[in-house]
Each structure stands twice: as structure tokens, then as C-alpha cells.
Design a protein around this ligand. Structure first.
Ligand code: PLP
Length: 365
């Protein structure tokens, strides 16, 4: 059997007619930027997240960067980021001129360890990036309490957690503002690059919108040296259709995860843990194995696609050599990056496929 790491086939087949009709409608309307689809999606996505405002952006990285910039994060500032995340979280900080300061994750949940945040706070610290990695919300109560104590803002990187919940509240509504990515492989994905910023702060939302639109508050009037990072009509039109299916698609991922939990019993394999207080939406199902290379090769030979999130931790990437963080300084992130293996997780996996993967994992020696 051949099972890819990810497939959009079933999802996209089910909504094909609706999506193509929407694309044709926009094509015939000849309105591609800053039009009614974007406005409607922004309203619908804000309502979905439980926030007052949503600003469409060109991608998730820009949503995070523009949020930090709008808040006034700049050179000389420090921002706390988890050491175990996709590089975009750190780059959003670096783009402002500020320095990302890495904090280790909790090994069983993969997310930032609140107990280690205070050790890294200095008088330059301005913000905390709370990443909901793999679809599981970070420990927001603890993070928000620390932020309050030190007068910091919390920006959620919700790029992997559309529809996830922490104590019955949706990601995006758990901090001061949140960046989402609609990269095609995310739980809510566009047909290209797209992103959004959500918040309850009108001033911040207006500033992010202006910064992503050449620093313009109204046409040909520029109050900032802004960027160009806008959501476009075609992507917004597609996202509107997909948003209506998000809960159903997430429920399907959760059902697959439950089958994995119930079925995988191999002492060589460590399963990811889910916190009690959350709805985890399993953007990624990351198992861990000391003999990861062997497991990867074994699954490949059985026709099962896998991936690693992420094979090189950010502090050891060439791009961040200036931080002078040698191997060994963030041992938990390094250990996760050496042992994590992501197995197939996407909407529409059949029982036959899931059982095949479970059986293969249980037979691994
Ligand atoms: C995907 C992702 C981003 C960036 O999103 P893009 O739309 O690709 O720019 C940021 N943070 C995390 C954790 C991500 O997974």
C-alpha cells in the first residue's frame, strides 16, 4: 500500500465544484485585490476565532512580523520564542530588528515550557510568541500570567492550530493578537500562500492593515514605510468555502489520532501527549523514536510517507549563526529534532490506511 505523508485529494474533490464556481465568479468580476471576498472572509474568520478583527495578509510569517512591528517591537528588543518551532516564528522577530530568545519545550507536549520563560526575561524583553505547535495549544494561562507580571504582550503563532481550543476558547483569541498561515498544507489551507492576523485591539488591527498595504491608511496616503502583504480575492474566496468545512476536517483528524493512540503499542515508539484542557487539531502527528533513521527507512519501504518537524533546530541553522548558540545549549529542542518523525495525518484517511500504518509501526523492531 502507498500512503503519502499528506494528501489534499479527498478534501479538494469534495469541494471542487464549489471552489471552481467561486474562482470563475471572481475571474468574471475582475476584482482581485482588496475586494468583497477578503472583507467577507475577514469577518467570518474573526467570528470563527472569537475575535473582533481580522486582517488578511500575504502569508503567516508576514502576519506575525507585521503584528510585532505594529506593536512597536524594534532593534534592541528581545522576544521570547520556543526553541522547538518552524523558523518563521523566529524570523518574524528578526525582521523587526529584535532578537529572538529561545526557550525550551516540554518534551511530552512539544510546546514552550512556561517554567523556563522567566529565566530568559531581561529588561529588553517586550513580547512572548506562543506557538501552538502541531495543532496543540500552548499553556496559555501560565504564559499570560508571566506576560502580565512583566508587562509583555503575547502574540500567538497559530499557524498550525486553526480551530484548536484551550479551555473551550479558540486559538487566535488567547493572547493580544495572533498570526495564522493558510499555506496549503495547514489545517485551513489556501491554494497558494495566504495568512491573517486576528485581534480584539482595533488600533493594532488598523496598523497591521496599513503596514501590509504600503503603510497606507487610505489611497495614496502613506503614514508608514509599509510592506506589501495582502490576502487576495481568489484565496479569500477559496478560504471562505474551506472555513465552512474546517470543524468537520479537524474532527476527522482527531478521529485518526484516536485510532493511532488506541492502536500503536511499540516500546520503541513514543506517542505525543495531549493536554486535558485542550482541543488538539493534529496538524502534525509527531511520534518519537531513538532509532528514527531506521524507522524512517522502514516506513518508506512499506510505502508510508513521513516527515520531520524539524530536522535542524533553529538555533543551529546557518541563518542564525550570529546568535552563537552552539550544539548543547538547548538540549530538549535538539533531542526532539533528532527523534521526531511525523506520520501521515490529513483529512480523509481510510481505516484501511490507518490500520496499515498502525500494523507497520507495531511490527517495527
Ligand atoms: C507555517 C508556519 C508559519 C509561517 O506561515 P507561512 O504562511 O508559510 O508564512 C509560521 N509559524 C509556524 C509555526 C508555521 O508552521
Amino acid at each position: 500500500m502507498n500512503i503519502p505523508f499528506v494528501s489534499f485529494e479527498k478534501m479538494h474533490n469534495e469541494i471542487k465544484d464549489e471552489v471552481l464556481a467561486k474562482m470563475q465568479e471572481i475571474y468574471e468580476k475582475n476584482w482581485f485585490i482588496q475586494g468583497p471576498e477578503v472583507t467577507a472572509f475577514e469577518q467570518e474568520f474573526a467570528a470563527y476565532c472569537g475575535t473582533k478583527y481580522c486582517v488578511g495578509c500575504g502569508n503567516g510569517l508576514d502576519a506575525l512580523f507585521l503584528a510585532l512591528k505594529a506593536y512597536g517591537i524594534k532593534e534592541g528588543d528581545e522576544v521570547i520564542v520556543p526553541s522547538n518551532t518552524y523558523i518563521a516564528t523566529a524570523l518574524a522577530v528578526s525582521y523587526t530588528g529584535a532578537m529572538p530568545v529561545f526557550v525550551e519545550p516540554e518534551e511530552k507536549y512539544f510546546n514552550i515550557n512556561p517554567a523556563d520563560i522567566e529565566n530568559k526575561i531581561t529588561d529588553r524583553t517586550k513580547a512572548i510568541m506562543a506557538v501552538h505547535l502541531y495543532g496543540q495549544p500552548a499553556k496559555m494561562d501560565e504564559i499570560n500570567a508571566i506576560a502580565k507580571k512583566y508587562g509583555l504582550i503575547v502574540i500567538e503563532d497559530a499557524a498550525q492550530a486553526h480551530g484548536a481550543e484551550y479551555k473551550n476558547r479558540k486559538t487566535g483569541s488567547l493572547g493580544y493578537g495572533a498570526g495564522f498561515s493558510f499555506y496549503p498544507g495547514k489545517n485551513l489551507g489556501a491554494l497558494g500562500d495566504a495568512g491573517a492576523f486576528v485581534t480584539n485591539d482595533k488600533e493594532l488591527a488598523d496598523k497591521v492593515r496599513a503596514l501590509g498595504n504600503y503603510g497606507s491608511d487610505y489611497k495614496y496616503h502613506h503614514i508608514y514605510q509599509g510592506n506589501n502583504s495582502r490576502l487576495d480575492e481568489l484565496q479569500a474566496g477559496v478560504l471562505r468555502i474551506k472555513l465552512r468545512h474546517l470543524d468537520e476536517w479537524n474532527a476527522n483528524r482527531i478521529a485518526t489520532a484516536e485510532k493511532y493512540y488506541a492502536g500503536i503499542h511499540n516500546p520503541e515508539i513514543i506517542l505525543p501527549e495531549k493536554m486535558e484542557s485542550v482541543k488538539h487539531v493534529y496538524h502534525i502527528f509527531g511520534i518519537r523514536c531513538e532509532r528514527r533513521a531506521d524507522l524512517e527507512k522502514y516506513l518508506y519501504e512499506k510505502g508510508i510517507g513521513t516527515n520531520k518537524h524539524y530536522p535542524i533546530p533553529i538555533h543551529l541553522q546557518e541563518a542564525y549563526r550570529d546568535l552563537n548558540l552552539a550544539k548543547g545549549v538547548l538540549p530538549i529542542a535538539e533531542d526532539i529534532s533528532a527523534t521526531e518523525l511525523s506520520i501521515p495525518m490529513y483529512y480523509g484517511m481510510t481505516d484501511e490506511e490507518v490500520n496499515y500504518i498502525i500494523d507497520a509501526l507495531n511490527a517495527f523492531k
